[in-house]
Design a protein around this ligand. Structure first.
Ligand code: ZN
Length: 150
């Protein structure tokens, strides 16, 4: 058995229920994707990572402070994590996924996060699987989304 620890942590759950409230339907982790995104929205070719600010080094975030002691231990560890994240995101991009990172601290303002997620998920067109130019994608009517949702 692989470690189960990292799944179903509270922040991930919160993001899932938020997406659910917003009407998005998604799949949970897909282990075959690089970095195992926490949430996959196949319809939008979007993947969502819910990242802890500390471990994943949220830039400029107070929660991502570096411990004053044992820096020899922390710094390489942080570096590895950030590098791995960047690599996974780059590969996902190349595979045509729209990669969205939710930082743990964003969960304090759910309204704002809801807005950001909605635009991040829906605005970006799907360049690899659709021949439609972006403006046509954007012009797609709401009804069409609804009817194809089932
Ligand atoms: Zn943060």
């Amino acid at each position: 058995m692989r470690r189960v620890r990292s799944t179903n942590t509270t922040p991930e759950r919160k993001v899932r229920s938020l997406l659910h409230c917003l009407g998005f339907r998604f799949r949970l982790q897909r282990k075959d994707l690089p970095g195992k995104p926490d949430i996959v929205l196949p319809k939008y070719s979007a993947v969502v990572f819910v990242h802890g600010c500390f471990w994943h080094r949220h830039p400029g975030c107070p929660r991502a402070s570096t411990p004053a002691t044992n820096q020899d231990y922390w710094l390489p560890k942080f570096k590895r994590t950030v590098k791995r994240d960047q690599k996974n995101q780059r590969i996902l991009h190349q595979l045509g996924w729209n990669v969205i990172v939710v930082w743990e601290c964003e969960l304090r303002e759910l309204d704002r996060l809801a807005e950001r997620l909605t635009s991040a998920i829906t605005i970006s067109p799907v360049p690899y699987s659709q021949d439609l130019p972006a403006f046509q994608m954007a012009a797609e009517s709401q009804e069409r989304y609804q009817s194809s949702k089932k």
